[in-house]
Write a protein that binds this ligand. Sequence first.
Ligand code: FMN
Length: 591
Amino acid sequence: MAAQNSSATVEKSNHGSHLSLQCETIGTDTTTIRSLDWDRSRFDIEFGLRNGTTYNSFLLKGEKTALIDTSHTKFKDTWLALLKKNIDPKKIDYLIISHTEPDHSGLVGDLLDLNPEIEIVGSLVAIKFLKDQIHRSFKSRTIKSGDNLNLGKNTSNDIEHLIEFISAPNLHWPDTIFSFDHGTNILYTCDAFGLHYCSETLFDEDSEVIADDFKFYYDCLMGPNARSVIQALKRIDKLPQIQTIAVGHGPLLKHFLDLWINHYREWSSQRTKNESYAAVCYLSQYGFCDRLSQSIAHGIGKAEANVELIDLQESDPQELSTLISDSSAVIVPTWPNQPKAELQSAIGILLAALKQKQWVGVYDAYGGNDEPIDVVVNQLQTLGQKQIFTPLRVHEKPNSNTYQRFEEAGTDVGQILNRKKNIQVIKNIDGELIKAMGRISGGLYIVTASQKEDRSSRSGAMIASWVSQASFNPPGLTIAVAKDRAIETLMQVNDKFVVNVLQEDNYQHLFRHFLKRFPPGANRFAGVEILEGVAKGGPVLVEALAFLDCVVSQRLETSDHWIIYAVVNHGSVANSEAKTAVHHRKVGNNY
Ligand SMILES: Cc1cc2nc3c(=O)[nH]c(=O)nc-3n(C[C@H](O)[C@H](O)[C@H](O)COP(=O)(O)O)c2cc1C
């Protein structure tokens, strides 16, 4: 069936927002279906959108047919209908998943309803994430950098659609891969090089119109992973001449390719100049390395420190040596006790590049035949390097609790790397102002949260005083939670938690207990009396004066805290005579 080049129906969604679809040919045997979301005003919770956005998917028809990405669920009916006009879903052989963010993978389940035989192609991490997302079995193929998928030639012409995959972790999701079609020289990058700009203009005809949005998008989504951007650029530099960058958001890039690519190069090298970072090494497709390393990296990012994820099996030797020797901390997984020659050589390069002043940390890959963790630790400390965390041992198949422990260890790494910088920032604030801020006082509370998953559970607790009632109806409150706080991960929108109110004359031992420095993943409730089954959000402390069972409704970002607004569903007071413990301060640059 011929491609339907059209600006298809303009739809009103249930929320009254303005949605439409567009379908155009962008190269030989190649069609884009773009979902235009004109009014979308928030994205990724952390930043506002000025000009809506688009979700772009692509249909490639060689001898075999592949679809690259789907769309957001809000386009379910219209997108699937337009896809069917272009191809019988039963004839789609592959669905290439650039990454598993729901605005691109939201309709994967619906597509599989139409054709359960589709083979889903993605990075190992993407396939794992997708299984968690769509809760059903599907045919899959995991690919890594350098792998190819040959779609062959369409009968109507002589172009062979050989797709090469290029791994681009963290741009902007951990599981991201780019796809390059050697037949059309189109590079599919999804989030990278994108911009939130909704218009029916298919290409970047006028660079000035979109330049500000292009930069804004880079700053919000790509800049925080500038080192990963540089690594990805090095990989795409090796490709033949790129004709078009087919992005997942906004207009496709064709007319000013050098300009856009050079912007990414310059902005990223500016950001990485003189900044310390942690090199988190992993082995793709070995044990649970991918997800475990991602958890450490996520934890480091929470503390606003820089991180570079390095696949030991895939790295260029020169690049590996430079990344290791320039880093402030090196985090390494256990490796197989009989590594293949290439990996053996990468390990040799890593060990040779280590410097005495660096911090080192080791984690279990849980690969089945790993070198014992203590052997790896010893090899990493031959020059007298200091351990940045106690070796992260894994004794059973990783579960949510393991990932929480790894994330918390990562946050410790980030805090150590940023310690000097953060102290300096606080010192620079005007002293009088800080004293005046210190006159703001609050109550004293223990916030608790717990979440159960299949075989495991995660929990957290923290002392808080930046708590305030924020609405009457529904009853609501806000808590300012530091971005690098362990419990922050358990306080995303729709997550539940409990505020335990401490009592004026009976809080010191609870206060001391929860203020201890807990090692990553520690059970913070050991030795504390709790009431079981009273609240949905988390443990209620026996000695709390009152508790409030909350659900997170919104999050507002500040420079170093998330302001979490939650609706209170249930609450109870244990002692109506007693008063809330109050916290008075002298300075405002601490709690
Ligand atoms: C009196 C007092 C009040 C605090 N209030 C807050 C708060 O409102 N928000 C916050 O993020 N941390 C607050 N903290 C800091 C954390 O309770 C505590 O340092 C933290 O639990 C340790 O970090 P972690 O949980 O990430 O390991 C407060 C600490 C004290 C001593």
